[in-house]
Design a protein. Sequence first.
Length: 544
Amino acid sequence: MKKFFLLINTLRYLKWQQIFFRLKRKFFKAKATEIYQGNEPLTSEVWTHQLLYKDKINDQLEVLFLNCVKKLDLPADWNNETFGKLWVYNLHYFEDLLSENAINKKENHLKLLNNWVDDNPIGSGNGWDPYPTSLRIVNVLKAWLGGLELNKNIFKSIFEQASFLSNDLERHLLGNHYFVNLKALLFAGVIFENDRWSTIAEKGLLNEIPEQILEDGANFELSPMYHSLMTVDMLDMFNLCKAYPNKISEQLVGMIERYIPKMLKFMDAMSHPDGGISFFNDSVNGISPSKEKIESYASKLGFEIDTLNPSKSQIIDNGSSGYFCSTVAGNKLIFDASEIRSDYIPGHAHADSLSFELSIGLQRVFVNSGISEYGMSSVRYDQRKTKAHNTVEVDGKDSSQVWSSFRVANRAKIVSRHHKLSNDHANVLEAAHNGYKSIFGGCIHSRRLSLKDDSLVVSDSLKGSYRQAISNFYFHPNLDVTLTGNLFKIVGPKFILCSDLNGSSASIIDSFWHPEFGVEIPNKALRLNFQDSKLDIVFTWSYF
């Protein structure tokens, strides 16, 4: 019965078309419906070429995806899921065509592309799934616009892939998958001068851009990693608009141009002073291009890059997404006062309500635990749970009911959120959620974060009924973390952070930080048991 209600509380958030198209996919198999006539694709002399990725394939066909290295054995490895399906997908993306050393690997890239065409017949294998097909179409066409000379055999294959994709859109999933499907059709439609593909893409994007990008610029799945990926998608499409003037409607061009500055601003707000993304929801390093490369790309396309000054005392309220960002004296605090915004596609959401991350200068100090895999495993499940984040866990439950690898049933709602500059010149962020409340009881969790140039005060309160509550704080593995009696201490590269935990039931536990897929680094966590309904912790630091 419990599993039944879990399923019902998951399905009730879906859109009707997700259910319809999921059923349709079971009975109707996609196919390529257009025939390539051998016409030369429409080229452009004004494409702005940007290399985005680190090298992933070397001259000996040794590949590195998700921190797993393998010497390719083709054609077998096109569908070898030993390292997981996501690893195989990465092989089919062909992101190495846009890698830092791509100009010196053209011969190998062409050989690999021709191998792919020969070894992957239409509709067969992992490479023809809509998501890798979408990424591959765009990456190949971008590489061609950047100077990679393709033969007719490859052009024919890209045409067939676009035709197949046009009949295999991921409308059963929607979200970022459907978005990249539409982007690929826009590229293929413009370059191959196929009006049907362009029409599908434009109609879809005009609906999806304002749906998936919130007014504060955030991608509605609220993952800084996926936000960075979608920012690149938007820049690519704007690049396409400039390279092929009058081939894309003014309405779509204008919409893309309006949203990109908001997205760049949000990306900056959600990044740490070290330039890397924060780890809220499904977010880690090594998947999206770096912030530096994305901003370089945007600048080349004529967008102004306006970054936050962390030395300035300020609060950024990203009201649509719910995230707060506060900076003072070179330190940066990011606070998750948000809900699951993408109700019908919550697969990348974590139960991380009211969690936060903090950097002191360039050093990350408080860190969420990150993710290391997408598989159907207890590891993936644990990494999405409340206890893996810098927040409060009540009665062993999660603030939002995460389950399986990409499922969420009941979800926490934010019931209040505020910010202010207090009389003692502290940046104060406040929010509360009802994820632990039910018709049978439970409680509301409220959190107040007060940031000054040398301190952070974390004040939690629980209003309602509960049996036990634990506040978890996770720390970057580069820090020396100790608890001696009541004195909690962190020694960083340029600072010492202390907290007097007298009266608190505190312990240091061993944990792991997952900054990339396939990476697990030992770190420390501070665990505090609530003695009553309130818990106030003062962290202070000094520099040396």
